[in-house]
Structures are given as structure tokens and as C-alpha cells.
Design a binder for this molecule. Structure first.
Ligand SMILES: [Zn+2]
Length: 409
């Protein structure tokens, strides 16, 4: 039975190539979030062809306001169920929004180009290819007459590219979706993601006093103060970078936390004015063993000491974004089935790893639901020019999904 399924997926790639192409050609660019309604309607019709029962949820304005999301389409969340009458639910989420494209593309980013075993287009890898693979897996089960031993619930959500709180985050919080096991965006091939690092973003403002450039003694140079503060923070950074997670990570270099200063930098206004205010950002990534409140305290302690030492300047810090690290609950039966599906498809042992970057998977992980990230891939050129997805990955990802769908109960 499994062989029939795998053979079907190997022989019918046309379906997945056509589908991803159609998805690419609905430009769901975010920000501001365009064509969401068109995309949800298209996906709904595809799901109905596969005999799924669909429902839509529009994220209410109050939620959009809370997360400062404005402009663009209505935020449409599509949920599609394959009810098999079984007890448990496997939930598979994909986001359908894409980041904007620059003018540097060699081809039109919103016209799918099939060439050399790849499909090019904005969103091909992140993550419309995966949407196509998931539906391909379900089509294979249907056409091969196989009924899963678990209910399958799909969700197609917007706004992952701006944090997901107004997409999957909303569905999970309002309990509009259900999952005993969950899957969403993540690694591919023989790598499976089981968690992600935490994120803490801050804006630091150093206030000195402006003065005429010819009489600097009348002012306090905020740029020079910032430089001194940055040196202090470097010391903290070196301490932080010595930490190492005990969790498995695909790239050994990612086993440490990270601390990046100056991604945003804003300062003086004129060559002959002593700068009065200088601002810079901090992007701190946390390993699973760390937490946001401790990470904040470490930075605040450095700033507190600095302010105590230099009374003629003032440093303020504002944390603009914060997310604790996320790790999936272990579930050996689920992980074993995933392992086997990956092994059959790729011929390699599955490697369960924590990812450096966060995906919408964390909304399920936080609820204590065994969750993994697995999706179709290209050259890992997410968000960059000439993004593509490998056709072989579209097919193999569908195989992995189909094997999991047919074995999990
Ligand atoms: Zn994505």
C-alpha cells in the first residue's frame, strides 16, 4: 500500500508543479498583506476537490489593532478538515503570505518559472511549495483509496512574515484549531525541526547634550557615550556567547546564543553639531536554556551601571519584541513515525534539531502539543532574490507527509 502511494507521488509531479505555480501567481505580499481573500478562496476550492470540509475565520479588527497590523486585505484564516471518524487530530499549518520582492529578480517574481528541476517565484520556498506538497499528499491518499487512521486538519494562515499573531497565533489562542500532533514550517530533507531560539529586540537611546561643533565642551557627545556603552555591552556579549545549548542544532555554530548591535543605527544631524541623541538596536537570540526575563535583566544591569557612572548622559532602553525559546513536547510514537517517513524518503536518518529562527510552529509548541517543523525547500533563499523550490523537494516532502498521514493514529 505504501509503495503504491510513493509510486503515485513519484509519477504525478505535474499536480504539485501546477499547484505551486498557481499559488506563486497570487501575490500575497506582506506587508501590507495583499490578495488574502483571493488566496483563501483558491485554497478553499482546492481543498474541496479533495473532499475536505472548510471554514474561514477573519481575524477581528481588535486583534489587528492590538498587534498594530493595518492596511492590506482582510486577514482570512482557512481551516480544512478531513474527518475520518478517528479520535486524534494531526494538524498541518502553512502560511500563505510572502515577503515583498526587490527589482533585482532575473524574472517576474510573481510568475512561476519551471526550469532545471526548480520552480522559481516569490514564496516558492517560503512556503507555498509546502502548501502544494501537503495537498499533493492528500490527493495521493485519496486517489490511492487510502484512509488515514487519524483526522487531518489543515490551516492556511496569513501574517507569519510579521509574527503570526494575527494568523495562526489568533487561531490557536481562540482554540479555533485542534491538534494532538502538529506540523508546520521548518527544516527539510532529513532534518526535522523541534524548536526555535527565542528573540529579544531592543532599542537603546543614548541622550547627551547637543552643542556647536566649535565648542564641544558645552555639550555631551551622545555618539562617544554610545561607543563606551557598546564596549561595556561587548563584555556582556562575550559572556553570553560562551553559553551553549545541549539541544541538537543542525549547524554547530548555532549552538550559542547571539547578540547583534547596530542593526539599526541613528545619530547626528550635521557635521558641526555635537550629537545630542544616538540610538542603536540590539537583536538578542536565546538558546532554549535561556529565558527572556533573565536576558533583559542582564542588559538592564549594564545600562544601570553605566547610568550610575555617567550622570551627564542618560541611556534608555525599550524592548520592542520578545519571544521565549520554544521546544516541542516529546512524543516518541509521533517522532518515530516521522523518523521512519524521513528515512524511507531520503535514505538518511532523521535528525531532530532546533532552528535558529522562529516560525509559527511555536504557537503549538507553547500549548504543549508535540510539534515538528518540516517543509519543502529550495536553496534556503527565503526572502532573497530568485527564490526557488526544488521539484524533488516538493515530491519528497509530499512523500513524508503522506507516510505520516497514513501511519499516525
Ligand atoms: Zn515562512
Amino acid at each position: 500500500m505504501e509503495n503504491k502511494l510513493l509510486k503515485y507521488l513519484g509519477c504525478n509531479k505535474r499536480y504539485v508543479i501546477n499547484l505551486v505555480s498557481k499559488l506563486i501567481e497570487i501575490p500575497t505580499v506582506n506587508p501590507p498583506g495583499e490578495n488574502y481573500e483571493k488566496m483563501a478562496a483558491f485554497l478553499e476550492s482546492e481543498c474541496r476537490k479533495l473532499k475536505l470540509v472548510t471554514r474561514k475565520y477573519i481575524t477581528p479588527k481588535s486583534v489587528l489593532d492590538k498587534h498594530r497590523v493595518n492596511g492590506g486585505s482582510k486577514r482570512v484564516n482557512l481551516v480544512a478538515d478531513l474527518n475520518t471518524g478517528c479520535k486524534k487530530i494531526l494538524h498541518i499549518n502553512s502560511h500563505y503570505d510572502v515577503v515583498p520582492a526587490t527589482d533585482n529578480w532575473k524574472t517576474d517574481p510573481f510568475k512561476a518559472i519551471v526550469k532545471g528541476g526548480r520552480v522559481y517565484g516569490r514564496g516558492s520556498e517560503d512556503m507555498k511549495g509546502n502548501i502544494a506538497s501537503v495537498l499533493f499528499a492528500l490527493k495521493a491518499l485519496k486517489d490511492c483509496g487510502m484512509k488515514p487512521k487519524i483526522n487531518i486538519q489543515l490551516s492556511f494562515t496569513p501574517d507569519e512574515e510579521i509574527g503570526g499573531k494575527t494568523g495562526l497565533g489568533y487561531l490557536v489562542e481562540k482554540m479555533l484549531v485542534k491538534a494532538d500532533y502538529a506540523m508546520s514550517e521548518g527544516y527539510s530533507g532529513n532534518y526535522v525541526s523541534v524548536g526555535n531560539k527565542g528573540v529579544l529586540w531592543a532599542e537603546v537611546e543614548v541622550i547627551g547634550k547637543s552643542a556647536h561643533g566649535s565648542m564641544p565642551y558645552k555639550g555631551v557627545n551622545s555618539f562617544e557615550r554610545m561607543n563606551m556603552l557598546v564596549n561595556e555591552l561587548e563584555r556582556l556579549k562575550n559572556k553570553i556567547l560562551k553559553r551553549k545549548t545541549r539541544h541538537n542544532m543542525r549547524d554547530a555554530i548555532s549552538k550559542n546564543p547571539s547578540f547583534v548591535m547596530g542593526g539599526l543605527l541613528e545619530g547626528g544631524v550635521k557635521v558641526n553639531i555635537v550629537p545630542g541623541i544616538t540610538k542603536f538596536s540590539i537583536d538578542r537570540r536565546l538558546i532554549p536554556e535561556e529565558n527572556i526575563s533573565a536576558a533583559k535583566k542582564e542588559i538592564e544591569a549594564v545600562i544601570g551601571k553605566f547610568n550610575a557612572r555617567y550622570k551627564d548622559s542618560k541611556v534608555n532602553i525599550r524592548f520592542v519584541s520578545q519571544e521565549n525559546p520554544a521546544i516541542s513536547k516529546k512524543d516518541s510514537a509521533f517522532f518515530k513515525i516521522v523518523s521512519r517517513a524521513v528515512e524511507i524518503t531520503t535514505g538518511k536518518y532523521a535528525n531532530f534539531s532546533v532552528m535558529p529562527g522562529a516560525t509559527d510552529m511555536r504557537y503549538f509548541m507553547r500549548e504543549g502539543i508535540p510539534s515538528i517543523g518540516y517543509s519543502a525547500s529550495g536553496g534556503e533563499k527565503w526572502h532573497s532574490d530568485n527564490e526557488f523550490v526544488y521539484i524533488s523537494s516538493l515530491v519528497n516532502t509530499a512523500k513524508v507527509y503522506a507516510l505520516i498521514m497514513s501511519n499516525l493514529s
